[in-house]
Ligand binder design. Sequence first.
Ligand code: PMV
Length: 362
Amino acid sequence: MYENSRLIIDSSSIPEADSITWRSPSNIAIIKYWGKYGIQLPRNPSLSLTLAASCTDTMLEYELKEGTSDGAIDLEFFFHQEENEAFRSKVLAFLNSLLPVYPFLKQLKLTVHSGNSFPHSAGIASSASGMSALALCLCSLEDVLFGTLKDPAAFDQKASYLARLGSGSACRSIFPYASVWGETSLLKGSSNEFAIPMEAHIHESFKDFHDDILIVSREEKAVSSRAGHALMDGNPYAEPRYAQARTRLGALLDSMRTGDLETFGRIAEDEALTLHALMMCSNPSYTLLHPGSLAIIEKVRQYRADTGNQVYFTLDAGPNVHLLYPGDIIHEVRAFIEEQLEEHCEEGFVQQDWVGEGPEEV
Ligand code: PMV
């Protein structure tokens, strides 16, 4: 939808060598995206909270390449100051896929410096923050070179579209507080191609919301998200699952509009366990939960029953448990984590995070 063969630098407007830097956060899905088709298009709509502390800083340096612009994309990639060939080839494949949208990429010498705010191999996926930061840099670059993205809403939509092509769920990181990705009759303007902002649709209480990530294991997971999505194609529960996600999204949106934490939390937990149930029902089946993940889940349920405090869990495609709770009970919850949950975390590691205002240019 954004293909544009006119985005080519001509000799009358040669850009000065310069750089662009964006900081972009990770996000945590409440309604999960699991199963895709075509080029990173979701089988069902998903909703996520935008995080604040777990983020990626990406600096994109550019200068006009000397000589012909018909060659390959010229890219160097540094991760935490070190050249990283694995990341470079991933990003190069992404940039190559964007050539119909951004043909000018071939005309530039590009150097990317990227780094995460959380320790590498902390068991926290960085594709959402990394790909959204890069997509934002590319949109800024387009605007610097051609002046074509002045409107903030158009800028965000395109950044979300590009981020999606890099890593599906990354498209939701562009917006403050919360966003929805995927077509639904419940939200005007929703699309499978990009996420839309939800700030106007959520109760204030979700803007002061926490997500402490309990790192049960730092190990790279045995089955990647990419493989997991692919296994949904043969999953006998796939169709009912996609229908269920739509129904749950409706209920979740109502709860987020009114500030009904109990319904929000119930849906968050149901979605987390559904995601992992789908993995267990895949062919071949697999499990990503660890004994520690289950121990934490049980303790969270018990704690809620004992105290009435509104603490809920969710899970990504991995063993780490995300604890969701409103800001007004932070002291009690942090004490609970320290006393009862840290023992299930690898080296006691907890990444404290919260709902944030989205990416910023730095
Ligand atoms: O964006 P991907 O391909 O890494 O898939 C993300 C899948 C989940 O994190 C499990 C769910 C989601 O909606 O973020």
